[in-house]
Write a protein that binds this ligand. Structure first.
Ligand code: ADP
Length: 841
């Protein structure tokens, strides 16, 4: 057996731990045992000097999950035949599980995609291929600039990255890449990286590997040229998946070419600033994704995630989605009914993918049957709509009447999750199975009768006939009754409190019973395989249908959202004007209502207008005290633009959105509490990235840029950035710039496309009242720097700070701003006036 073990072990790729099936356990040996016991926190034992650690077969999934969570790859070696006395069982590697290639339900988050990415740098360009093996989504892309490919890659949040083994992060020209290199490093951060031999990335053989996997003769149908440079990465992915599945992935059917110019790009920093997939705390809760998710199926939730990862700039597609949402919004009754049916729809895409890749269990066939039962209802409701977009969606739904009938007839209502214990095919479906089952039933009755007969004959009332796998059927007699045992009982085993016996009669029958049972299970498995074959015949159509169902789910969800929160349909145009009337922040608005005990109508989010236009009102400078609502305002504009691009309706009275190629969002360093001490450097790096990559179709959201350094440094940088974004031409990227540097508002007079706005506040009885309204003009007051006093610093510190300030000011006569502030404080103290809270801000 150890020889068998060594053979399998030798063939494994590096950093892979082997789980070797031994009876009811998966065992690890030697170094694997040491590593495994440490990662899982289980006991390490020894046998003949060999370190061993084992996990029970039935609980293996939980342990395997723990490995994958710690980015540990595991190879599974299974028993390929039932154990027989005196013979070593045949074993073979059945698959290798890695964080990016696992398919099992237990290892996946049903509402998230599960991407694996392969990446290489070749001929001065970055090439990527990414695949969700669970749903067979497969895409490639090549870009000369890293900044054009990393946005989509970070949005996909790959679970694992495959790279050529020659130092992937020492890309030969890392120095020249400079800023771009930092973007890559960000993508790789905290992700497991698997290195594979360089030649796996060869584009020529990669092209062939992809053709074979997709079972096609040419990639032209997918719009991919046969020598596309990203086919190297695609080939490397297919090879890696094949190695891990121990067979070619059977569910891949298409390849899509990613073109950055067809998408609205959001780089990783923007995604996190705008809290698109995760809120600042790292949770899904509080993110845009969560706020827009009113789906009832896992596939619907994943589709939303996919839309947000690759927002479209194709207006036809945007309008198609908007049209469907609009139809559902107008017919809330039908929409609600659709969701009721969709609630019973299961994850067809992933289930079919598992069946294709040989992971099979009866319960999942039941899930397909349950889903097929819903389709006619969904189909019927869609017929009521007189809208081409809905009809096109309906046309993608197929009903599979034959398959459904067959599954209905074949499968029991309640199904087990294990295949090899039988008990899932309906009585009456197959006469052979019925015959075997009735034999088994008869035998069981025979055993029950025998038990009663023996109880009477021996007078032992607690005599029992039992079964176990090691000894088969036996008669169990407690110790106190042993003197009553008849002569024809033959002793089989002695227990603490009882003895076990058999009789010739029982033994003869046992063979027959086991035989019938075995045959009946084998027959069920045969029928199961036929059902799987029937399903797989329809696999492509099932997957198309599943995608259509996911869209219906998402659009119904959006229509509910639009109704509940009074969203409008954005008018998406090819012009540069961006006009929002009474816009709201989709997430803050929802949170505010939740905080107010979920009472509708009691939320108090103050709506605001916005207008930007690249050639007239290009840059909006927003001033106002801390806490006034500047950040919320500029983010809400970005989020509304993003929502418009995914086809969702938006939180506003009306909006007209000129398509955007990129959204950049940066937050000044001091707001980024969690990012260590080089924050200013990071901020400047990111600002450089915007300046290098923004085009006149971009949207830029800058929040307190330049705050991470001394006042005058910061002000100068902020000033220069605004000047640069404005440029000398006649248009530039649409920009919202929130700042507390009042000096910047002078720019309105110097640069024709800059506009000043302020978030107004009111003073009342020395108190500051935030009215959260954005109006034209600059803030009319310099709001003091006395936050320290507000925060409860002792008076001695405050007064010492003032002295220092006075001294600094005397040293540098150019510090007018500081002097003004100090004078204001002095004046207040001398005249006995108490400083308003407003000024302290
Ligand atoms: P600033 O960036 O000016 O410091 P924020 O945008 O962080 O201010 O907003 C401060 C607080 O005000 C936030 O807690 C937010 O929930 C609330 N807020 C912001 N804008 C609005 C609004 N339009 N309506 C209601 N509350 C708002």
């Amino acid at each position: 057996m150890m020889r068998q073990y060594m053979e399998v072990r030798r063939g494994l790729p590096a950093n892979t731990l082997l789980l070797f099936r031994l009876g009811d356990f998966y065992e690890m040996f030697e170094e694997d045992a040491e590593l495994g016991s440490r990662l899982l926190g289980i006991t390490l034992t020894q046998r003949n000097g060999i370190p061993m650690a084992g996990i029970p077969y039935h609980a293996a999934d939980t342990y395997i999950n723990k490995f994958l969570e710690q980015n540990q790859k595991v190879a599974i070696c299974d028993q390929m035949e039932p154990p027989q006395p005196g013979k070593i069982v045949r074993r073979a590697l059945s698959r290798i599980l890695s964080p990016g290639t696992t398919l099992e339900d237990h290892h996946l988050d049903s509402r998230h995609h599960h991407f694996i990415l392969a990446l290489n740098w070749h001929d001065g360009a970055l090439h990527g291929a990414w695949m969700d093996l669970t749903t067979a989504e497969f895409q490639i892309g090549s870009e000369n600039r890293v900044a054009d490919l990393t946005p989509v890659l970070s949005s996909l949040a790959p679970r694992e990255i495959v790279v050529p083994e020659v130092g992937y992060l020492n890309w030969s020209n890392a120095d020249q890449m400079g800023n771009e290199y930092a973007l890559l490093a960000q993508l790789f951060e905290n992700r497991p990286v698997t290195e594979v031999p360089d030649y796996h990335f060869d584009p020529i053989s990669g092209g062939q590997t992809v053709l074979d996997a997709l079972k096609v003769l040419s990639l032209e149908g997918f719009g991919v040229e046969k020598d596309h440079p990203a086919l190297g990465a695609a080939g490397a992915l297919v090879t890696y998946a094949t190695e891990n599945l121990c067979a070619r992935p059977e569910n891949l059917t298409s390849l899509k070419l990613y073109r950055s110019q067809e998408n609205l790009l959001l780089d990783p920093t923007t995604l996190s600033n705008l809290e698109v997939f995760r809120s600042a705390s790292g949770a899904r809760d509080g993110s845009l994704l969560d706020a827009l998710d009113a789906t009832v199926t896992a596939a619907g939730a994943r589709l939303l995630e996919g839309y947000l990862a690759g927002p479209d700039t194709n207006r036809n597609e945007i309008e198609r989605r908007q049209n469907v949402v609009g139809e559902f919004l107008e017919s809330p009754g039908f929409a609600a009914e659709l969701h009721d049916y969709l609630k019973c729809v299961r994850d067809l895409q992933r289930i079919v993918g598992r069946l294709q890749n040989r992971i099979r269990n009866p319960r999942e066939l039941g899930a397909i049957r349950d889903t097929l039962r819903q389709i006619p209802f969904v189909f019927e409701i869609l017929s009521a709509f007189d809208c081409p977009a809905v009809q096109a969606l309906q046309a993608r739904l197929l009903e599979f009447p034959h398959l459904r009938k067959r599954l209905d007839e074949a499968l029991d209502e309640d199904l087990p999750s294990l295949l090899h214990e039988g008990g899932y095919i309906r009585d009456g479906y197959d006469s052979e199975l019925d015959r075997l089952r009735s034999l088994t039933r008869e035998n069981k009755t025979w055993i029950a009768n025998l038990e009663r007969k023996e109880q009477t004959r021996t007078g032992i009332r607690n005599l029992r006939i039992r079964y176990n796998t090691a000894f088969g059927y036996f008669i169990q007699i407690t110790k106190s009754n042993l003197h009553l045992v008849p002569e024809n009982y033959i002793r089989r085993q002695t227990m603490v409190n009882a003895e076990r016996f058999y009789t010739e009669e029982l033994k003869a029958r046992e063979g027959e019973i086991l035989n019938a049972e075995e045959k009946s299970i084998a027959r069920e498995e045969e029928l199961f395989r036929d059902l799987v074959a029937a399903i797989l015949k329809d696999a492509p159509e099932l997957v198309t249908t599943a995608r259509a169902l996911a869209e219906i789910d998402l659009f119904v969800g959006w229509s509910k959202l639009a109704r509940e929160w009074d969203y409008c349909r954005p008018e998406v145009t090819g012009e540069s004007a961006l006009e929002i009337k009474q816009g709201r922040h989709p997430v803050v608005e929802q949170m505010m209502r939740k905080e107010r005990f979920g009472l509708a109508g009691t939320h108090a989010f103050v709506p605001n207008d916005a207008y930007l236009d690249g050639s007239t009102e290009q840059i909006a400078l927003i001033t106002g005290p801390n806490m006034a609502g500047k950040s919320t305002y500029i983010r809400q504009v970005a989020l509304i633009v993003l929502m418009a691009h995914i086809g969702c309706w938006a939180p506003a009275k009306s909006c007209r959105i000129g398509t955007v190629d990129r959204i950049f969002s940066r937050v000044g360093a001091t707001d980024e509490l969690a990012r260590g001490n080089s924050t200013f450097m990071v901020e400047m790096n990111e600002t450089a990235n915007i300046i290098n990559n923004a085009t006149s179709s971009s949207l830029i959201i800058l929040d307190e840029i330049g705050r991470g350094t001394s006042t005058y440094d910061g002000l100068s940088i902020a000033w220069a950035v605004v000047e640069h974004l404005h440029g000398n031409g006649d248009s530039g990227p649409r920009t919202l710039f929130a700042t507390h540097y009042h000096e910047l508002t002078q720019l309105e007079r110097q640069l024709p496309r800059v506009r000043n706005y302020r978030v107004s506040v009111k003073e009342w009885n020395d108190e500051i009242i935030f009215v959260r309204q954005v109006v034209k003009g600059s803030a009319d007051k310099s709001y003091g720097i006395q936050v320290a006093r507000l925060a409860g610093l002792p008076p001695s510190v405050i007064s010492r700070a003032k002295d220092i300030l006075a001294k600094l000011e005397a040293d540098d006569s150019s510090h007018n701003l500081l002097r003004k502030r100090l004078n204001r404080i002095k004046h207040a103290e001398e005249s006995g006036e108490s400083l308003s809270q407003l000024e302290m801000f």
